[in-house]
Ligand binder design. Structure first.
Ligand SMILES: [Zn+2]
Length: 185
């Protein structure tokens, strides 16, 4: 990776030029509704977004099967985005089940995790303590204040920042533990 060039740690733009970012795959790909093959030298992430868990016909087994299938591709370098959202999604109890099942896959396939977390950092920190994962967990799109950033860094998380970042949080995050992202659609 060239230091001068922006590497997009988290984007949904499926046509991101290979090597310029990590493309988070859409639900259609996870559920095998679309035939998918990675682009040469591309980087991808596959996971169950917490928002999907609230859909009427959400099928956990089917989603997990899709994520596991995708993790077998070497080009799929992360599990994600997954996590917790108190504003959108199923109950936190069910979101926890969905999250823990995915963490088991991350550990099995030795792939790091990209995390979506909205108003649920208490749950996320408790999960980290409880599960003691070996794989790196990175919060994406972090906008929080430095106090929360410090708490997350102390717990072993890395942090990815978008354009709406808190500058002080960015500054206190060591450069080898922070990323930049567009979260582009
Ligand atoms: Zn995203």
């Amino acid at each position: 990776m060239n230091n001068c060039k922006f590497f997009d740690f988290h984007t949904h733009k499926i046509n991101t030029p290979p090597g310029e970012g990590i493309v988070c795959l859409p639900q259609e790909v996870i559920l095998f509704l679309e035939e998918w093959k990675p682009q040469a030298n591309g980087f991808y992430a596959a996971g169950i977004h917490p928002w999907w868990t609230a859909h009427e016909n959400f099928d956990l087994a089917l989603h997990l099967q899709g994520v596991e299938h995708l993790l077998e591709f070497p080009e799929v370098v992360q599990l994600g985005e997954c996590g917790f959202d108190r504003l959108q999604g199923a109950s936190i109890g069910f979101q926890t089940e969905v999250f823990e099942r995915q963490i088991a896959l991350s550990e099995k396939y030795q792939k790091p995790v990209t995390i979506h977390c909205v108003r649920a950092f208490d749950v996320l920190l408790a999960e980290k303590k409880h599960l003691q994962p070996k794989q790196q967990w990175t919060i994406h799109g972090f906008r929080g204040k430095p106090m929360l950033a410090k708490q997350l860094l102390d717990a072993g998380f890395n942090i990815s920042f978008g354009i709406n970042r808190n500058e002080e949080s960015w500054n206190i995050t060591p450069s080898n533990r922070r990323h930049e992202e567009s979260d582009g659609q």
